[in-house]
Write a protein that binds this ligand. Structure first.
Ligand SMILES: [Zn+2]
Length: 315
């Protein structure tokens, strides 16, 4: 008779950050010991986010200073506090990780685990942002920076939620991609007057909701000009210096709500995984081996990645 005992090795492979920067070392390290209230999770996949690049470079303001060496990576498949993972303990670029048993999160059956990894960061974030717009089926939602990872999933979710999505992206070459993801309209921020075009496709009234994904100021300032009266602007992308100017007169007289959004609730996470399980959204991914992590991170840093990179931790 076959034994169903799971053998947990003493050591595991990890990509260790020994000095701040994008070079990591593929190393054997001990498998962590779970505490009484923790689970030991065998990781199969982890996404890589721009956040990881910033953590590796140590150029984000952190509540706790990062120490070295560490393991970066935060889209750990069963944790609902991924942004704090690298600070509290080592991250997901290793084969085994401990997580709080109370916070562990079940992935529904039938979901491609490689796609579930980025769904739990990019998908979760943009789904919450869509909810934060308070739009209802049939209403317009504009997404700037729409051709990137978050934006693309946002267009798919918007369509699945019955919203009429307007994609705003830089360069006509992004049009086909955005329309394929579910956008009803495409506006090229490189060659078109965004404010005029958004008003044109919304019969002069503007969209009910706007999600600002683009990490720059101009798209945010445009949003206040074209958003519908009493509409909502949800900020997800961070402008380079973290600041933008608001025309308060315009904001007050149009009754506009401007708010930020980060990740979401556990309920949001369950729901976005259901969209994935039911095939209502798909997440474009490129799978790389754990040993290829440094190259993948550099490509992400140089904005040479389409969709999301997912690391196969077993290789
Ligand atoms: Zn992430």
């Amino acid at each position: 008779m076959l034994s169903d005992t799971i053998i947990i090795p003493k050591t595991q492979k990890a990509q260790l950050t020994c000095k701040f920067g994008l070079e990591t070392e593929l190393t054997e390290i001990p498998v962590p010991e779970p505490k009484d209230d923790e689970l030991l999770v065998h990781l199969l996949y982890s996404g890589i986010c721009r956040y990881d690049v910033s953590v590796m470079k140590n150029n984000l303001p952190m509540p706790i200073p990062l120490s070295l060496p560490n393991v970066a990576g935060h889209e750990e498949a069963f944790c609902d506090t991924p942004t704090h993972l690298t600070m509290a303990k080592w991250g997901t670029f290793q084969q085994y990780i401990t997580v709080s048993a109370l916070r562990a999160h079940k992935i529904p059956d039938g979901v491609d685990l490689a796609k579930a990894a980025p769904a739990q960061c990019a998908g979760w974030t943009i789904y919450r942002a869509l909810k934060e717009t308070n739009t209802r089926p049939g209403q317009f939602v504009a997404i700037n920076g729409a051709s990137g990872g978050l934006g693309s999933i946002g267009l798919q979710l918007a369509k699945a939620m019955g919203l009429r999505a307007i994609a705003i992206a830089f360069g006509q070459a992004k049009q086909d991609h955005c329309l394929r993801q579910g956008a009803e309209f495409f506006i090229d921020a490189q060659t078109q007057n965004v404010v005029e075009e958004v008003l044109k496709v919304t019969n002069g009234c503007g969209p009910h909701g706007v999600i600002s994904v683009a990490p720059s100021v101009k798209p945010l300032e445009d949003a206040l000009l074209y958003v519908r009266k009493t509409g909502t602007i949800v900020i997800v992308g961070l402008p380079d210096d973290g600041k933008f100017t608001v025309d308060v007169n315009l904001m007050v007289f149009k009754g506009v709500t401007i708010k930020g959004s980060l990740l979401g609730s556990r309920e949001d996470l369950d729901e976005v995984l259901q969209f994935l399980a039911k095939g209502l959204i798909d997440i474009p991914i490129e799978i790389v081996r754990l040993s290829e992590l440094p190259d993948a991170v550099k490509r992400l840093d140089n904005r040479q990645v389409k969709g999301r990179i997912v690391v196969d931790i077993s290789k």
